[in-house]
Ligand binder design. Structure first.
Ligand code: AMP
Length: 206
């Protein structure tokens, strides 16, 4: 299965992608996670990407396209989380694929709910697990229940950066909704529910 997950920051793409991966074995390729790992390891790629992420802007297409091309070359089934994020990337993805996409899932959620989710989000810097302080707290308190690392707030989940990320989503990523609708691939999931409920909705559109 070859899927793309689309949605504004905080819509729950990563949470749902990880569940589906655990259930079905389709590999998640999350460009944000890959970029953050490169930053944590201070690789040349991470150094290039860091300032863009801090500002809430998109990392330049050539960098991201290359990361995705390298990953997809070895995968038959995948869930792309956070890629493509603009029309250039969508065209690049189409040219990379040897078999077509099966579906593009758009996780739909209003801006007020998105802001609440991002404000309470905590992430594990080690294993990339994602929590929410009230809706989905770690069973290990301030530590990750999976690997024990101290949880952190993502540096781009600050209010001023969140605003910029929404602007980028509306201007650059939202046009992909129509792009994939025209190609008959779009499936919409109402993401305003608990992770379990959203997961059931996701399974029912697949
Ligand atoms: P995410 O974890 O998907 O919210 O991504 C976090 C940040 O990584 C974004 O705000 C961008 O700065 C960068 N990023 C992730 N995916 C992409 C992409 N496909 N194209 C450009 N920048 C990206």
């Amino acid at each position: 299965m070859r899927l793309v997950f689309l949605g504004a920051p905080g819509a729950g793409k990563g949470t749902q992608a990880k569940r589906l991966e655990a259930d079905r074995g389709w590999t998640v390729v999350a460009t944000g996670d890959l970029l953050r790992a490169a930053i944590a390891q201070n690789t040349p790629l991470g150094q290039q990407a860091h300032a863009y992420i801090q500002r809430g802007e998109l990392v330049p297409d050539p960098i991201v396209n290359q990361i995705v091309a390298e990953r997809l070359a070895t995968l038959d089934s995948f869930i792309l989380d956070g890629y493509p994020r603009n029309l250039t990337q969508a065209e690049m993805l189409a040219s990379m694929l040897t078999k077509p996409l099966d579906a593009v899932i758009y996780f739909e959620l209003g801006e007020d709910a998105l802001i609440k989710r991002l404000g309470g989000r905590r992430v594990c810097p080690q294993c990339q697990a994602v929590y929410h302080i009230t809706a989905n707290p770690s069973k290990a308190g301030e530590r990750c229940e999976r690997c024990g690392a101290m949880l952190i707030t993502r540096e781009d989940d600050r209010p001023e950066t969140i605003r910029k990320r929404f602007q980028v989503f509306h201007e650059q990523t939202a046009p992909l909704i129509e792009y994939y609708q025209q190609r008959g691939l779009l499936r919409i999931v109402d993401a305003d529910a608990t992770p379990d409920e959203v997961y059931q909705r996701l399974l029912s559109v697949l």
